[in-house]
Write a protein that binds this ligand. Structure first.
Ligand code: CAA
Length: 258
């Protein structure tokens, strides 16, 4: 494994875990951290021994956003020429599921990173917000696009235009997170969910993730056609025969993930 300095990487059986590890900057997403995180996730994505991934931060902060110190000196010409934040385009290309385990602040790019995850399990101490407007800018890692998909236009406008933070309960009620759990259980719950996913027939998991994301990109009729083809494709996997045989024989399936 490469020597990372901004993150810590572990495996738990078939689950790959990445902890953001810049505690002094509340896990602000500097360029080096972004590259290490994406390198680590892509390595897990390519590893046949891994079936799902979890990203987490610290108790105080999942991530407090893009690194304001790093960003503050950049000119328009520089951000344009280097395509600042363009590195995050690598995230949606991950094929295996990624769960965000969020405690504390998930602000700006931190909230946007949580929304890039396939779903979020939040501790009851989590707080989400898009405060970019208070810095004179706007979200640049998907906040204006993924937030309205998840929570609707009214709350998205409220958060993006006022910079107001919402707590875990409001985030759950709005559909930003899948589950809220007692703070101390956040990572354990996320690992458990990831372990459940990682036990399933991997090709079916990949097809399912792709189909759910397609719902955000196309109209209903096209989405339903896509889903039917993905469903048909599961019949080409070893796991389809094994999963159904195991049900009929009243035993646990032994998936080969092929
Ligand atoms: N970038 C760089 N450093 C950050 C940071 C960030 N986004 N957030 C916090 N830090 C640093 C602070 O500068 C501070 O460092 P020093 O000790 O060297 O001064 C350290 O982390 C601890 O932070 P605070 O002292 O501010 O901690 P707090 O508990 O008083 O406040 C907070 C916590 C409310 C999260 C506050 O730190 C804060 O508001 N952070 C900025 C949040 C923000 O505006 N995020 C959006 C960034 S822009 C963006 O993300 C654009 C995009 O769409 C990609």
């Amino acid at each position: 494994m490469p020597a990372y300095t901004q993150i810590a990487v572990e495996t738990h059986g078939r689950v790959g875990l990445v902890r953001l590890d810049r505690p002094k900057a509340l896990n602000a997403l500097c360029d080096a951290l972004a590259h290490e995180l994406l390198d680590a996730l892509e390595a897990f994505d390519a590893d046949p021994g891994i079936g799902a991934m979890v990203i987490t931060g610290s108790e105080k902060a999942f991530a407090a956003g893009a690194d304001i110190k790093e960003m503050s000196a950049k000119s328009f010409g520089e951000v344009l020429a280097e395509d600042y934040l363009g590195v995050w385009d690598r995230f949606p290309r991950l094929r295996k599921p990624v769960i965000g385990a969020v405690r504390g602040f998930a602000l700006g790019g931190g909230c946007e990173l949580a929304m890039m995850c396939d779903f979020v399990i939040a501790g009851d101490d989590a707080r989400f917000g898009q405060p970019e407007i208070t810095l004179g800018v706007i979200p640049g890692m998907g906040g204006t696009q993924r937030l309205p998909h998840l929570v609707g236009r009214a709350l998205a406008m409220d958060m993006v235009l006022t910079g107001r933070m919402i707590d875990a309960a409001e985030a759950k009620a709005a559909g930003l997170v899948a589950r809220v759990v007692p703070a101390a259980n956040t990572l354990a719950e996320a690992l458990k969910a990831a372990e459940t996913i990682a036990e399933h027939n991997l090709p079916a998991v990949i097809l399912a993730k792709e189909a759910v994301h397609r719902a955000e990109e196309v109209g209903l009729a096209e989405g339903l056609r896509f889903e039917r083809r993905q469903f048909h494709a599961t019949f080409a996997t070893e796991g389809r025969a094994e999963g159904m045989a195991a049900f009929l024989e009243k035993r646990k399936p032994a998936f080969t993930h092929r």
